[in-house]
Design a protein around this ligand. Structure first.
Ligand code: IPM
Ligand code: MN
Length: 349
């Protein structure tokens, strides 16, 4: 019996989460596993009503779950940054979800903006460090408001934090068992403290994985190759900020925010799965948003929980739906409503 915390969140979050839960229920019946879903209403609406974002008591409660399924965070009436920091980043940090795993896989029938590239070219995974770097929020203003103002924003990289991320990436590359190639994406030519530590750690850990090919690309060049030769990549490991940026690029080449999902992993604790896209306020309540990213997040969750067959069923079904049914992955242009897309995925399970 899995205990799953369900956090639909803001905007279209509840609509897409509903479909993901629908698929979860259907696949659990087919594969014969049981779960208990407990819903939490954290998000913009609750914050506006109560002033509460994510109390510490909730974090302790969440530690007792097997996984968290998150819809979307972001509310048009809440100043940008408050919910992102107070909810999403707080969950990632306080539950020590130190990996952000983001597959970039082009499914059949999905349009990619890259000319002459198809599913055989776009299939790699980004392992993004999720607890450190520029996201720690360290820094200060000096002479604030004066013409001599300086703003410092610190990127904190610890040996332990980098090493556990790099180790995860090597293990993941091994388990994925494709081209067995792990690329370190950084900026050793300019950020000479942070990336010196990353590179040294990467090279040391690499010695334990003689069967895995390693290489290094600067982050700017990574963006270039992701467009020009995405087939060069198998697994990419990078820091929090670069990972944030290159995975939006990745999401676009795999068909957009309608399909891109990610997992915030604490391999020793509670992991959280989410569609990469935001709360899309303008589509809220219209039954037009694409739920596939949320469904793929549930698929990643099941894979992590060890329900690989169930995860596989969902992925194959999603591929059938993209390959044979949907006209587009964009909101309002799918040829089906949000709930109909959920129904289709269930039909092909
Ligand atoms: C993401 C998002 C978040 C991030 C924001 C909402 C804080 O862009 O999950 O990639 O920067 O990590
Ligand atoms: Mn992002």
């Amino acid at each position: 019996m899995y205990k799953i915390a369900i956090m639909p969140g803001d905007g279209t979050g509840p609509e897409v989460t509903r479909e993901a839960v629908k698929v979860l229920k259907a696949v659990s019946e087919k594969e014969g596993f049981k779960y208990e879903g407990i819903e939490y209403d954290f998000g913009g609406d609750r914050y506006l009503k109560t002033g509460e974002i994510l109390p510490d008591s909730a974090i302790n409660e969440l530690k007792g779950f097997d996984a968290i399924l998150l819809g979307a965070v972001g509310h048009p009436d809440v100043k940008p940054g408050i919910l992102e920091k107070g909810l999403l980043l707080k969950l990632r940090f306080s539950l020590e979800q130190y990996i952000n795993l983001r597959p970039v896989k082009l499914y059949p029938g999905v349009w990619t903006p890259i000319k002459d590239k198809g599913p055989e070219h776009i299939d790699f995974v980004v392992v993004r460090e999720n607890n450190e770097g520029l996201y720690v929020g360290e820094g200060e203003f000096k002479n604030k408001g004066t013409k001599d103002e300086i703003a410092l924003q610190v990127s904190r990289n610890t040996r332990k934090g980098v090493e556990r991320c790099v180790r995860f990436a090597f293990e993941y590359t091994k388990k994925r068992n494709r081209r067995k190639q792990l690329t370190l994406c950084g900026k050793t030519n300019v950020l000479t403290y942070a990336w010196d530590l990353w590179e040294r750690t990467f090279n040391e850990v690499a010695k334990e994985y003689s069967d895995i090919k390693t290489d290094y690309t600067h982050v700017d060049a990574t963006c270039m190759w992701m467009i020009k030769n995405p087939e060069w990549f198998d697994v990419i490991v990078t820091d929090n900020m670069f990972g944030d940026i290159i995975t939006d690029l990745g999401a676009m080449i795999q068909g957009g925010m309608g399909i891109a999902a990610g997992g915030n992993l604490n391999p020793e604790g509670v992991s959280m799965f989410e569609p990469i896209g935001g709360s899309a306020p303008k589509y809220t309540g219209k039954n037009v948003i694409n739920p596939l990213a949320a469904i793929c997040a549930a698929q990643m969750m099941l894979d992590m929980l060890g329900e690989e067959k169930a995860a596989d069923r969902i992925e194959k079904s999603v591929m059938k739906v993209t390959g044979e049914k949907l006209k587009s992955l964009a909101a309002g242009k799918m040829g089906y409503s949000t709930s109909e897309v959920g129904d289709l995925v269930i039909k092909y399970l």
